[in-house]
Write a protein that binds this ligand. Structure first.
Ligand code: EPU
Length: 432
């Protein structure tokens, strides 16, 4: 892994960013879409896949299982199963990303067995997998734990349809069960399912290819299982990344002279758009664009934020929103309800001059406005890393953000895209 950092010269509260930012394909839809390959007899093609560290790891994982993966251009992949698949997710790769856990369901359903370690990913709280393990056992798999690995074996090689009620609406568990159910015998019901648009998008594609999935995008999903699917040349189109679009919108709200975010899906960002409008931001919403012009803006004021599963305020936008609130007048409570380690990054914003009180692992108050001062920061995870970039752009002076790797895990060539709209940002090797 290359050790690199970003050096950002801040605008010191001036609004000068101008131009257009195009949104890439959604990280969390593309990663999950790779897992679809296990449900197909033939070749599966994915389009608009972001060129980021996490998709590179996902490709390595798939290859390890015996999938032949080819890349065309910078955003299209073709995945073909070899005859004999190896139902094992290696420790080193699985520990790199949480999305590896999505593979367990379809791999188990396809091969009747899966061996995997506890998945890794960003350190944003406890990330148990009890819902997965309970659910696969309900579908008829036997669980063993050996040498730090979980081994699930489907009796007679097959999973059975069942009724799941998810203790919490886990995104990855919903998707993994939904995919496994496509190959299971009989009907599977997933209640209290995650309603994220990425799940609906995956189900829509599977249905085009012959699956029978109903209710994806609502809290109850029903899947009638059957045989392997055939893509027959159909291509999965990765939807736009709503978290990237939302982060750009927050940046624009703070620093745009006239900035348009294009190739996005505003309907997936209602919670954020509403919160920003409530704070006084004037946003021009088009069919696939969001525009912010400084001439239309007034002073912004604090708004309370409580993260919630979709369609509520996304936990993945909580850190950029806190940066926004450091520039708004008044005091606001941030209530992070999904993850218990996702406010730790606020300590660095405080070093930059923000007035933030962390009350416990889930709640903080932000008092603004405060002028942020450039600092040397260490990107702790994908989303907080991007929040630091936004903070550095708004701040006065030159900030350094170490651990560019974390930002690269979620955002494709971010510095090139930000530079094009006027951000003074450089990628520098840690050696220099
Ligand atoms: N949970 C359990 N048991 C489980 C699974 C989840 O208790 O078996 C709990 C988690 O501890 C957490 C809550 O359920 O408190 C929600 O977790 P969820 O499973 O929904 O999260 P995830 O699937 O691990 C995905 C995204 C995250 C995003 C969350 C919430 C992927 C690969 N990851 O994680 O994205 O924050 O949903 O929307 O899709 C990111 O992209 O940076 C990121 C962290």
């Amino acid at each position: 892994m290359k050790r690199e950092k970003f050096v950002v010269k801040g605008l010191g509260a001036e609004r000068t960013l101008k131009g257009t930012l195009a949104v890439k394909g959604a990280k969390n839809a593309a990663l999950q879409a790779f897992a679809l390959a296990f449900l197909f007899k033939d070749n599966l093609r994915l389009k608009n896949v972001p060129d980021i560290e996490d998709t590179h790891y996902m490709v390595k994982l798939l290859k390890h299982t015996g999938m032949r993966v080819k890349k065309y251009g910078c955003a299209t992949y073709s995945i073909t199963p070899y005859k004999q698949l190896k139902p094992e997710l290696p420790y080193e790769l699985s520990r790199r990303l949480r999305a590896s856990v999505v593979l367990t369901g379809p791999l188990l359903a396809r091969t009747g067995r899966v061996i995997f370690p506890h998945p890794g990913g960003c350190l944003i709280g406890n990330r148990p997998i009890d819902i997965f393990l309970d659910g696969f056992q309900k579908m008829g798999a036997l669980l063993e734990e050996k040498g730090g690995s979980y081994i699930l074996t489907a009796q007679k090689g097959k999973l059975w349809g069942t009724e799941h009620f998810l203790r919490v609406p886990s995104v990855t568990a919903t998707q993994s069960f939904m995919m496994a159910a496509v190959l299971a015998q009989g009907r599977t019901l997933i209640k209290n399912a995650a309603m994220e648009p990425e799940t609906e998008c995956l189900a829509g594609f599977l249905n085009q290819c012959g699956a029978d999935i109903r209710g994806a995008g609502t809290s109850t999903i029903s899947v009638m299982g059957g045989a392997l699917l055939e893509a027959q040349g159909r291509i999965f189109q990765t939807p736009p990344d709503r978290i990237e679009a939302g982060s750009f919108l927050i940046l624009a709200a703070l620093a745009a002279d006239d900035l348009t975010i294009k190739e996005c899906e505003p309907a997936h960002l209602e919670a954020l758009i509403q919160a920003l409008r409530q704070a006084g931001v004037c946003i021009e919403v088009g069919a696939s664009t969001l525009r912010i012009r400084s001439s239309a803006q007034r002073a912004i004021h604090a708004v309370e934020v409580k993260t919630h599963e979709y369609p509520g305020f996304p936990t993945d936008l909580q850190a950029p929103m806190v940066v926004f609130l450091t520039q708004a007048t008044g005091e606001a409570l941030i209530f992070e309800t999904i993850f218990e380690g996702r406010l730790n990054y606020t300590e660095s914003l405080v070093r930059m001059g923000a007035s933030i009180n962390l009350w416990d692992t889930h709640r903080a108050t932000v008092k603004g406005p405060t002028l942020l001062h450039a600092k040397e920061l260490e990107s702790p995870d994908i989303r907080a890393g991007l929040a630091y970039l936004i903070a550095a752009i708004v701040a006065k002076g030159e900030s350094v953000i170490h651990n560019a790797y974390y930002i690269d895990r979620g955002y494709e060539r971010i510095e090139e895209r930000l530079r094009a709209v006027g951000v003074d940002i450089r990628r520098v090797s840690e050696q220099s």
